[in-house]
Design a binder for this molecule. Structure first.
Ligand code: BES
Ligand code: ZN
Length: 890
């Protein structure tokens, strides 16, 4: 990076390019020491510029330019200029062929963007701006070209050579070299280009589309992993069938390939016809992957597949529109997940992620609208806001328009924009037109940052038989993203709700102004003003409102309620999400009280109301094991911290540990009973039931372990020894890792021996220790950072230790002496020189620093400043650190 201050790119500065690229014919000569790339580009000037001849400016990074030809003739040096990461040609003709040859060094590429090496193989990652590290190009998503790719390499080290589209030629060149040619018939932006070459095996399958086309499916992995692909293949087949059934969308090429690689910054990438995946989202056997891993694989495979229509066929005009493809595709993978397993469990888990990650992001220095207004490094904006809040915004269209209206909107979106690069406004317009709705106010969801607060207040008039519900919306936190002072305006918020009678039954009620009661028990109120009152008529007794059912909008929701009322809803609400949420709200109130008690040094006590409700959940036959486990799990310290004026990690830890233990004491027999029943019934059931069983059983084990008895310890040790699946193995090792015991030492060392050949299992081994509650965890983490199997170069390994400790172990990371903060800063500084994208993600862990007490704040600030003062800092880390330190009006 140069020493100049990195510049921000603004959304309002968007201009179409002066030139377009029709086709890109690429030729790669792959070698051990270097790779040469020849690009033949058919370029033409923008129609409305005819007469005028602006310079052609192609971007390129870390390229050594060897030759430039224009229409076949070598360009003399004075006709072009290579400088500042660009290739510039003054006054080129209206239409011409440009040919460049560059040299690149994949083996030196530790940033994992562009062409790099992983486990000896070649692999590319081009989103968002990695293609410019391969060749000079108009590397922006609105430039869509037809690509063809020729690859030449050694037969011995690269028997397999893949790229987008169809393989049209293969040739043996003699001398140990060979060549293939791939052609992609669909125009695409450069970020969807991919090339993979190396020693790989394919697990093959096929899919017959509803239109009758046979599609070849290939999952490419290192030879030793060939037996771990069945679940990925089956997930892909389910995703293909689901997208046909629910959205009428068929796959469009004759082949779909997925490659699993060990070194990858993200989860996976939707390159046209050739997805590249982090191996953790492909490889699975019951003995190596947990139920959660299996589910993750299905979701990510679905997600990348769904991008073929929402992202690839219709793509983004510019990177500020990222949520157009990501928010929509996350929504699609959420719906897919809900249809494949349990809708209620899926919804609860998706909301947990939103609240833990996105709400936190939105109340800190990285707060931004789902369609950001500026960036320094686009890679920093693949955020929970763009993804998860973006998916909630799509869900709100679905709620407002209904499933059928939403489907009509999607159909119209594809009808209008197939093959084009478009904006979020284009999507909203398709929804408005097809749904015959005015969605102009809804557009504010795209431009306003921050989590809205919705407050509800109800009152019952027994004489009139009327219940009136007043809803208010506001933004209590200052707008951290605003460069200009524009006050945020009221949003269009769908509030799904129902009213219950005193025995917990749903009432069908009439809203004032309606001629008949609503047909469904859940109805959607539309809150469009800062304050609105809704009146329900014809009631004989005071109802109990159930609000924001299914989490119908990404808002914080507050209502003054008694603990009795929350306990009532926790046991009775017909909406599974709201039932779970009432329990979480109740636990949260109690835990925050307990934390205060603990901070004062006073004795804590368990609220009998919650203890009783907990017992009823344990015994409730209507709940499946997964829903039970979710209801029995207390809110995380991260979520609790968001509700405190000043976060007190020690008090939160103490309160949560106290409550877990007190609940276990109260329900000791029931928990033990659930555990032994789970052990007995582990095998002979269908897959979903077995998953529910394991989840509940392992939840019971974790509670039981808090009591510190020998019996629980022995049960965990036995489970670790006998487990036949990774779900049980991991659950046992996790609870043992919290203990100071011989069983823990033995368990960890046995697992190391068994797992040391499998990188994904070693990741688990590191993560389990980094997440431990044991008092000496930090010292252990320092040791592990020096372990021969640890490496900062591999993102999965780095995240398993540094990421887990610093973001999933708040009590230890936030040690009062600041040693945890120093550790993170040290890691970020080392990592930044190799992999800026990954370093920027890690340094973001510091973002909530202003929410801590003055002692911790000072220590945090010092470490953030130390990172920021590093010589040669990447623009990625620079952007995060600058925002974190920016002055605030508080
Ligand atoms: N397009 C992204 C992958 C990506 C993001 C590559 C940023 C490069 C930079 C892909 O579709 C994606 O969103 N992947 C997610 C997983 C998904 C299930 C949300 C990821 O990688 O985390
Ligand atoms: Zn995506």
């Amino acid at each position: 990076m140069s020493s100049e201050k990195p510049q921000a790119v603004l959304r309002e500065d968007y201009c179409p390019p002066d030139y377009w690229i029709d086709s890109a014919d690429l030729s790669f000569d792959l070698g051990e020491e270097e790779t040469q790339v020849r690009a033949r580009l058919e370029i033409f000037r923008r129609e409305d510029l005819i007469g005028d001849s602006p310079p052609l400016i192609l971007v390129g990074e870390e390229l050594e330019c060897l030759e430039v030809r224009l229409d076949g003739e070598v360009l003399p040096a004075h006709r072009y200029r290579v400088a500042d990461d660009e290739l510039r040609i003054d006054s080129p003709p209206e239409r011409f062929q440009l040919e460049t040859r560059v040299r690149i060094k994949p083996h030196e590429n530790t940033a994992l963007s562009g062409l790099y090496r992983t486990s000896g193989n070649f692999c590319t990652q081009c989103e968002a701006m990695g293609f410019r590290r391969i060749t000079y190009f108009l590397d922006r998503p609105d430039v869509m070209a037809r690509f063809s790719t020729t690859i030449t390499a050694d037969k011995a080290s690269c028997p397999v050579m893949l790229s987008n589209g169809n393989r049209v030629e293969a040739e043996d060149l003699g001398g140990g070299r060979h060549r293939v040619r791939w052609e992609d018939p669909f125009p695409k932006p450069s970020y969807l280009f991919a090339l993979v070459a190396g020693d790989l095996r394919a697990h093959r399958g096929s899919f017959k589309t509803s239109g009758g086309r046979e599609v070849a499916l290939e999952i490419w992995v290192e030879p030793q992993n060939i037996d771990k692909c069945e679940h990925a293949l089956a997930s892909l087949q389910r995703a293909m069938a689901w997208d046909e059934r629910v959205f009428g969308l068929e796959y469009d090429l004759d082949i779909y390939m997925i490659v699993a690689v060990n070194d990858f910054n993200m989860g996976a990438m939707e390159n046209k016809g050739l997805n590249v995946f982090n191996s953790k989202y492909v490889l699975a056997l019951p003995s190596t992957a947990t139920d959660a891993d299996y589910e993750g694989i299905e979701r990510v495979i679905g997600h990348e597949y769904f991008h073929n229509w929402t992202g690839n066929r219709v793509t983004c005009r510019d990177w500020f529109q990222l949520t157009l493809k990501e928010g929509l595709t996350v929504f699609r993978d959420q719906q897919f997940g809900a249809d494949m397993s349990s809708a209620a469990v899926t919804r609860i888990e998706d909301v947990k992620i939103l609240r833990a990650a996105q709400f936190a992001e939105d109340s800190g220095p990285m707060s931004h609208p789902i369609r950001p207004d500026s960036y320094i490094s686009m890679d920093n904006f693949y955020t929970s806001t763009v993804y998860n809040k973006g998916a909630e915004v799509i869900r709100m269209y679905h709620t407002l328009l209904g499933a059928e209206g939403f489907r009509r909107g999607m159909d119209l979106y594809f009808e209008r924009h197939d093959g084009a690069a478009v904006t979020c406004d284009d999507f909203r317009d398709a929804m408005a037109t097809a749904g015959e709705r005015d969605l102009s106010q809804f557009g504010r969801w795209y431009s306003q940052a921050g989590t809205p607060l919705v407050e509800a207040e109800g009152s019952f008039d027994s004489e009139a038989g009327c219940y009136s519900l007043t809803l208010k919306q506001s933004f209590p936190e200052p707008d951290q993203s605003a460069t200009r002072e524009i006050p945020r305006q009221a949003l269009h918020i769908p509030v799904a709700m129902g009213l219950l009678n005193s025995s917990g039954e749903d009432l069908t009620v009439r809203l004032e102004g309606e001629s008949a009661p609503g047909e469904t028990q859940t109805r959607v109120l539309e809150l469009t003003q800062s304050q609105q009152t809704f009146i329900f008529t014809g009631l004989s007794q005071a109802p109990i409102p159930s609000l924001l059912r299914g989490f119908s909008a990404p808002v914080r929701f507050k209502m003054e309620r008694s603990r009795e009322e929350l306990a009532f809803l926790m046991g009775r609400d017909s909406d599974s999400f709201s039932r779970w949420d009432a329990g979480q709200q109740l636990a949260l109130d109690l835990l925050l009280d307990l934390a205060k008690t603990s901070a004062r040094g006073e004795a804590m006590a368990l609220d009998p109301l919650y203890a009783e409700a907990f017992g009823r959940i344990l015994a409730d036959p209507s709940l499946d094991g997964s829903l039970k486990a979710l209801a029995l799990t207390l809110p995380s310290e991260k979520v609790l911290g968001q509700e405190m004026e000043v976060v007190d990690p020690d008090a939160l830890f103490a309160a949560r540990e106290f409550m877990r233990k007190a609940l276990a004491q109260t329900h000791c027999d029931a928990l033990r009973e659930i555990y032994s029943r789970g052990v007995e019934r582990a095998i002979d059931e269908n897959e979903q039931d077995a998953i529910h069983q394991r989840r509940l059983k392992n939840c019971a084990l974790a509670y039981w372990m808090t009591l510190g008895g020998e019996d629980a310890l022995e049960a965990a040790a036995t489970q670790l020894e006998r487990a036949e699946n990774m779900t049980d193995t991991e659950a046992a090792l996790v609870v043992l890792a919290d203990t100071v015991s011989e069983a823990r030492d033995r368990g960890l060392s046995d697992c190391y021996d068994r797992w040391s050949e499998d990188p994904l299992l070693l990741d688990k081994w590191f993560a389990i220790q980094a997440g431990s509650r044991r008092p000496d965890t930090f010292e252990r983490v320092l040791e592990l950072a020096d372990h021969p199997a640890f490496s900062l170069k591999n993102p999965n390994r780095m995240r398993s230790l540094v990421g887990t400790f610093c973001s999933a172990n708040p009590v230890h990371f936030n040690r009062a002496d600041g040693a945890g903060y120093r550790f993170l800063a040290d890691m970020v500084i080392q990592l930044d020189s190799m992999n800026p994208q990954a370093a920027a993600r890690m340094v973001s862990i510091f973002n909530p620093w202003r929410r801590f007490d003055s002692g911790r704040k000072a220590l945090l600030k010092q470490e953030i400043e130390r990172v920021g003062g590093q010589h040669g800092l990447s623009k990625d880390v620079f952007e995060i650190v600058t925002r974190a330190l920016a002055d605030q009006s508080d």
